[in-house]
Design a protein around this ligand. Sequence first.
Ligand code: DON
Length: 571
Amino acid sequence: MIPRHKIILMVSITLLVVSCTTTTKEKPKSYPPVRGLIAQKAMVVSARKEASKIGADIMKKGGNAFDAMIATEMALAVSYPFAGSLGGGGFMVYRKHTGETGALDYREKAPLAASKNMYLDEKGNPIPDKSTIGALAIGVPGTVAGLFAVHNKFGSLSIDEILSPVIHLAEKGFIVTEKQKARFDAYRDLFVDVNRDTIVWAKAYKTGDTIKNKTLAKTLKRIILNGKDEFYKGETGKKLVKRIQDHGGIITMEDLSKYEAKWRAPIQFTYRDLSIISMSPPSSGGVCLAQIMKMIEPYPISKYRHNQCKTIQVITEAERRAYADRSFYLGDPDFTNIPIDTLLSKAYLSGRMDDFTFDEATDSSAINCGLITGYESDETTHYSIIDPFGNAVSATVTLNGAYGSKLYVPEVGTFLNNEMDDFSTKPGIPNMFGLIGAAANSIAPEKRMLSSMTPTIVEKSGKLWMSVGTPGGSTIITSVLQTILNVKEFGMTMQDAVNAPRFHHQWLPDVIVFEPNSFDHQLLDSLRAKGYHSSEEQSRILGKVDGILVLPDGTLEGGADKRGDDTAVGF
Ligand code: DON
């Protein structure tokens, strides 16, 4: 038998080991700060060096950030088919040098023939893969409409001048990186299955090979000649619709011709001395980011320190509550009445954290969406751009999953998205990112599916300070959050803020996902002792953040995520 005083001693030691206070008293490891690329005037940070360079060159030629945006996004369609395409959609937030801000929604839409239960069997159960793989998973693409909307409003160079270097890249080819080769290998069999034949991307590429896309070059040439209508009403559209329908899809020429990108008012809110401008619905990004940051603001997390127990608790609890609201209240604002003012109000958000204590985790099953009284009637890619005039662009674009639906249009040279999976195919049933939705995000003809994309621009004391964003499905919002906090609260450089290990909680499943092998085990034990469930899934990359920070002397620092081939190019 163990004597009583020994038991007391053992229990005390255990408590000491697992308590947050002990963990936070330890001095965190410190490394010399790593700075990203510094540029004097302008910069593009994107998932591929070729795309960043083409965007930067457009600005060297005298183009602005909006011209560079079109070139960068199309260069990603050439060199990063994993997520870049003509067959997807996206969101863009901008801040002009005058301080004017705005947002563009070029999100995909459900086709006219779509219906609420289209992915369910006769018993009402979701049919595996139906919303994620193949022609039925495709939403009406928004990319080309989005880029023309930007050009009409803000373009300073001609479409010809902007797209010519992209066409050159498509004709000359891009070099396959090691990471890219691994992705082609992983999806080869599925490409052949879905396309019922081999496609150019199914070849066994080696690192260092050059891939040309002459078909895409020809498509871009037709787009230069005929504008947006080439894609939505012309030869390109017809080729696309034929391919989709031949593979069992429901998108028609009428769907394409009805598509329009929409200018939206961004979500704007303050966090200490920062003013944050982020994407509004149909993305949940801005609303969720605002809710989380407003719930965190009363806590002195810089004192709790980066990635220490109390900081992780506050951030996790705020995330849990915001994602619960996301799943209930958010959807396409053209179809759903979203109580944005209430969801972002101080009274509502301070009440939301009332039941949080540092002693133990809140149980997600005890959290629902907050009560609102008087209800008001695996792929994406991000790039950030700042031009020499002081205009900033933050854009996140996607095919949804890796290579989207995997359906490729050989006659056009692009993959098509599987964005339909971002709808709630059945209330309470998680999508491919484990996100749960309700009626607000149910499928309806011409409705836009809810997104997590969070292209964001931050002002500090009224001046442009940061342009930031990331892919990562449901983890997008929390990765953008941590990157901003890393610079603001923990004094990191832009590059360190991007590199720092991240964690994520999304209400359900009730688990904090930590980047593998990046967090101290004693820290994870302390959190478990308080009732937090955690996982270090090997496969999980929490975002791939690309950002630009304006330094106090006006120069620009790029943060290009080392988790990918992301690169900053500037001058
Ligand atoms: O719009 C969304 O939230 C998703 N379709 C984004 C997908 C994504 O980020 C995949 N990348 N890892």
